[in-house]
Design a protein around this ligand. Structure first.
Ligand SMILES: *[C@@H]1O[C@H](CO)[C@@H](O)[C@H](O)[C@H]1NC(C)=O
Ligand SMILES: *[C@@H]1O[C@H](CO)[C@@H](O)[C@H](O)[C@H]1NC(C)=O
Ligand SMILES: *[C@@H]1O[C@H](CO)[C@@H](O)[C@H](O)[C@H]1NC(C)=O
Ligand SMILES: *[C@@H]1O[C@H](CO)[C@@H](O)[C@H](O)[C@H]1NC(C)=O
Ligand SMILES: *[C@@H]1O[C@H](CO)[C@@H](O)[C@H](O)[C@H]1NC(C)=O
Length: 382
């Protein structure tokens, strides 16, 4: 059984011979070999570094040789690659063509490990309790790319790999927990099969707790995973309710010292849950929708000075207003929705003076007007 390091070495070898051979002979996604310049190659190195970024989306999967090369280049030393590229410039055209031919043979001979194989290597690494923390992070980062294609996510789930990843949610290192949550979230996204498997593993409870983490990054990835796990999934939403997930949401929405992105994500999830409820009329409405404290924590967000957060809160309220269990009188008396909408109108007028914010503020104002109208209709005032 080759280790992940062995595979990486093999790939690095291949990449260096590619660069060495031709200042960057690349195989594009249709599998054909094309020529590229040294500049492209340098950009490639720059672009590909480690995949941990702000967003929850990454390109990936090794469904093509090209993807594999990006991955290998991202994991190799840029200085070595540049050195190799320089040497290649000195070669004659004949030499280059000869190397190109050799390389083609090499590619044929080297059986590229399949994604399933790479995932298995990463999982075996995670199972090894004496693995260094650095290698553990790396194995999870590799899985993060590998689970992007839906077939890979399904395979990882079927092979029991996701239960190994879920076990990492209990790890003492915050980065391991964060990466594990991220992998799980990514694997579950729009994938009812994987959602069901992960719910059976009981990972939802661990993830809900994890949103309480003092690390904003860990909390953010945990909330991302919770959302991906219960999105359009009735059983998941019932488990979320039973696991007091709504209290977690309420805590995040009402805590002004928390990361604003986390608060945006939480109110977005509220809107998403309400929307799912609307689409599934035969399902009994979740009790959170007539919990006045919960509703108030949503309403309070529309006067927090952050247009993105305000827009998401308004969108959630607009959907909530369509639910049977949401009583407009409670929104008016207990939650103070009328006053909040008034204050928001004034705030938005001020924001519109600012050139940079004008268009966005105008859009939010138009949504605010819509919500106000629906609310007044519900109250029977119109
Ligand atoms: C790949 O290369 C072939 C041959 O040069 C070209 O026809 C094709 O459009 C390329 N595909 C992509 C996705 O770049
Ligand atoms: C577990 O990891 C350690 C440290 O990387 C390594 O020496 C050992 O060979 C690994 N064990 C297995 C079974 O792969
Ligand atoms: C994490 O640890 C707790 C307590 O030690 C345990 O009950 C739970 O099943 C573990 N979770 C996973 C996913 O292994
Ligand atoms: C999160 O932390 C707060 C304060 O420490 C605590 O009251 C709450 O129960 C925790 N929530 C979860 C879901 O662990
Ligand atoms: C709000 O969040 C901060 C930072 O995570 C935390 O220390 C504090 O206990 C939270 N406040 C409440 C009321 O939960």
């Amino acid at each position: 059984m080759p280790t992940i390091n062995f595979v990486r070495c093999m790939l690095l070898l291949l990449v260096i011979s590619l660069v060495d051979c031709s200042i960057g002979e690349r195989v594009n996604s249709s599998g054909r070999v094309v020529w590229s310049t040294a500049t492209d190659e340098a950009e490639l190195v720059e672009d590909s570094g480690v995949v941990i970024g702000e967003q929850d989306q990454i390109d990936g999967g090794f469904s093509s040789l090209d993807g594999m090369l990006h991955w290998a280049i991202g994991h190799s030393d840029p200085a070595t690659l540049k050195e190799a590229a320089k040497d290649a410039e000195k070669m004659s055209m004949d030499e280059l063509q000869k190397r190109q031919l050799e390389l083609k043979e090499l590619v044929e001979k080297l059986k590229m490990p399949s994604d399933a194989k790479l995932m298995q290597i990463a999982i075996d690494d995670l199972k090894n309790s004496s693995l260094s923390l650095e290698d553990r992070h790396r194995a999870l980062q590799e899985l993060l790319i590998l689970v992007e294609p839906i077939d890979n996510a399904n395979d990882l789930s079927k092979s029991g790999g996701l239960s190994v990843v879920a076990g990492e949610l209990n790890h003492s290192d915050t980065d391991v927990r964060k990466l594990a949550a991220w992998v799980i979230g990514k694997a579950c996204q729009n994938n009812p099969f994987v959602q069901e498997q992960v719910l059976e593993l009981g990972a939802l409870t661990a993830l809900i707790k994890m949103v309480n983490s003092s690390s904003a990054e860990e909390a953010g990835k945990a909330l991302f995973a919770v959302s991906a796990l219960i999105r359009n999934n009735i059983a998941g939403q019932d488990m979320f309710y039973a696991g007091h997930g709504y209290i977690m949401l309420q805590d995040v929405m009402s805590n002004g010292s928390l990361d604003i992105k986390l608060r945006r994500k939480s109110v977005f999830l509220v809107g998403d849950l309400a929307e799912c409820q609307l689409q599934n009329t035969e399902k009994a409405e979740l009790p959170i929708f007539n919990d006045r404290l919960f509703l108030k924590s949503v309403v309070d967000l529309i006067v927090v000075l952050d247009l993105d957060l305000q827009e998401k809160a308004l969108t959630a309220i607009k959907t909530l207003l369509e639910l049977k269990s949401v009583e407009p009188q409670i929104l008016r008396e207990f939650c103070g929705l009328e006053g909040a909408l008034e204050r928001m109108k004034l705030q938005l007028e001020e924001s519109m003076v600012d050139e940079d914010k004008r268009d966005y503020a105008a859009d939010v104002e138009s949504l605010r007007g819509e919500v106000e109208l629906i609310f007044r209709q519900k109250l029977g005032l119109l």
